[in-house]
Each structure stands twice: as structure tokens, then as C-alpha cells.
Design a binder for this molecule. Structure first.
Ligand code: HEM
Length: 274
């Protein structure tokens, strides 16, 4: 609330309409963007408007912080065990037209979009280790699912993105393997194997409910990819991901990864640091 009030004061102190919009435009943080896009909404009073903004920001921070970091933890764990994927990502990063400061490679939004293999690797890693492994709904009324299953009133109906990601029926016999290539297809999608323009090919959203599906799907999906890809690209451009960390290189480790289950599928003790 203090942050919202201090921002209001700064914007309010801009004397004219013109300065006011300059003030909004200067700040590109999430709060400024929500303040600017909710400016036309009607609220009971100032307090109600502040609470609305506070709740949006809190839900975005809660929904977006541990989910992306959990996804990145498993991503690096898998990359450490799959050197050929690491090489492929490094090849892609080094040919991407990033701007470089003296210290670090910085990828713009458009540059990140061109990193198709990295996109596939992050997506594949979340198929095996979805940050939100189980999700629930409480029914308001009786219903019958498309396959004929009856669901009673006020029952919990759960689905598991984790179980679906490892289901042979859904992903085929190699469902337990980390293979970013399964997400890559030829550019025009005609299946003629034209590898000139190989790019990320999304799956049906119902087959991959990592971000949930339908009308209440994750609102931060695009932002999550931007965050995860920029962190992964910046780290991998600078550092080698060593197999010495407890990577999933063996069938045994893949069969028994160091899980700890909370709302999120976290790694027990975090990713070992050398
Ligand atoms: C890898 C990262 C992420 C994963 C796996 C993920 C997954 C999900 C899932 C499964 C839901 C549905 C929850 C439910 O209705 O039960 C959800 C909702 C939501 N997510 Fe994400 N999320 C991620 C990142 C983010 C980020 C970065 C943001 C914001 C910047 C965000 C904002 C939201 C919001 C606002 C909702 C609620 C949407 C609604 O109820 O209409 N998420 N997310």
C-alpha cells in the first residue's frame, strides 16, 4: 500500500496532464502498467482502487515468482545431464543477435522469441517437472465428463499435469525422456522434414496443462517464458552447466528425482551449487 501511495503522489505531483502521462510512461514496472490500464475503471473510492491494485500485484508476484524459479531449477538439473541439448542451446544463443554489454549478453523480447530450441527445452523440462503438478476444482453442481465419468455436486475434481506429462498414452513410449526435439517441427508445418527452418511447434493446450487450460489459464504464461528464457540464456552464455551437479543423467535418478511436494514441485534442498 505504501508503494502504491507513493507512486500516486509522484504521479499527482506532475502538474499538467501531459507531465502526468510522461510520468506514467517513464515507469515501466508492473504497478505503473496496471495503474495506467485501470485508470478508466470506476471504483467506490480511492481506498477500493488501491486495494484492487494491491491484490493484482500480490497475485502476480505470488503466481509468478516461485513458479518460474522452480521451473528453472529443474531445467538446469536436466541440462546438466544432457550435454547435447546444452550444446544445441549454446549454438542457438551464440548465433542470436543479442546486444552485449561488457559483462553480459542481453536478449531483447524479439531476440528471445527467435530462440526456438531454448523455448522447446524449457517447455520439455516443464512437461516432466511441471511447477504446478496437481490442480483442483470444486464442482458447483453434478456433471458428467466427456468420457462418461460422473462428478457429484461439491466434489473435488483434480487433474495432474505431472501424471499427464509422464503418460505413455499422451506422449508415447519415450515419455520419460527429456527430448526438446519433440517440440521442434519444420517451419511451414507440412511435415516434409524440411529442417531449414526448424522452429518450436506448440502442442494442444489440453495435452499440456502446465499453465492450466481454457478461460482460467495462466495470465502470466508469456511473461514466464520471457523471464525463464532470458535467465537461462544469460546464465548459459556465461557459465557451463556442469554434470557434477546431481543431474538426471541416469535412469535411476530420473525415476527418483529429489522432489519435495508443496503447492509447487520443488527440488529437495535446491539445486546443488559447486
Ligand atoms: C513457469 C511459470 C508458471 C506456471 C507453470 C504457471 C502456472 C499456472 C497455473 C497452472 C495456473 C492456474 C491456477 C488455477 O486456476 O488453479 C496459473 C494461473 C495464473 N498465473 Fe501462472 N504460472 C506461471 C507463471 C506466472 C507468471 C510469471 C505470472 C505473472 C507475471 C503468472 C500469473 C498468473 C495469474 C494472474 C493466474 C490466475 C489466472 C486466473 O485465475 O484467471 N503466472 N498459472
Amino acid at each position: 500500500m505504501d508503494i502504491i501511495i507513493s507512486k500516486e503522489e509522484r504521479i499527482g505531483s506532475a502538474a499538467t496532464e501531459r507531465e502526468n502521462s510522461d510520468e506514467m510512461g517513464r515507469d515501466r514496472d508492473l504497478l505503473s502498467r496496471f495503474m495506467s490500464s485501470s485508470a478508466d475503471l470506476e471504483f467506490r473510492d480511492r481506498e477500493a482502487e488501491r486495494k484492487f491494485l494491491r491484490d493484482i500485484i500480490i497475485s502476480f508476484v505470488l503466481a509468478g515468482k516461485d513458479s518460474t524459479s522452480t521451473a528453472l531449477t529443474w531445467f538446469f538439473w536436466l541440462i546438466a545431464a544432457h550435454p547435447s541439448c546444452e550444446r544445441e542451446i549454446l549454438k542457438e544463443i551464440s548465433s542470436a543477435p543479442a546486444s552485449t554489454t561488457s559483462e553480459v549478453k542481453i536478449f531483447s523480447y524479439d531476440e528471445l522469441k527467435s530462440l526456438h530450441y531454448l523455448h522447446a527445452a524449457v517447455t520439455e523440462s516443464m512437461r516432466l517437472f511441471p511447477p504446478v503438478p496437481i490442480n483442483s476444482r470444486l464442482t458447483v453442481d453434478e456433471d458428467v465428463l466427456p468420457d462418461g465419468t460422473r462428478v457429484g455436486k461439491r466434489w473435488f475434481a483434480d487433474y495432474s499435469a505431472y501424471a499427464m506429462g509422464r503418460s505413455e498414452k499422451v506422449w508415447g513410449p519415450d515419455c520419460r525422456e527429456f527430448k526438446p526435439e519433440r517440440w521442434m517441427g519444420d517451419g511451414d508445418g507440412d511435415g516434409d522434414g524440411d529442417h531449414q527452418n526448424v522452429r518450436f511447434r506448440p502442442s494442444d493446450q489440453w495435452k499440456y496443462p502446465v499453465f492450466h487450460s481454457g478461460p482460467r489459464m495462466c495470465l502470466g504464461k508469456e511473461m514466464a517464458y520471457v523471464q525463464m528464457k532470458s535467465v537461462a540464456a544469460a546464465v548459459m552464455a556465461e557459465s557451463e552447466v556442469l554434470p557434477a551437479v546431481d543431474g538426471g543423467e541416469s535412469a535411476r535418478r530420473m525415476a527418483d528425482p529429489p522432489y519435495t511436494l508443496s503447492w509447487l514441485l520443488k527440488m529437495r534442498g535446491g539445486l546443488p551449487d559447486l
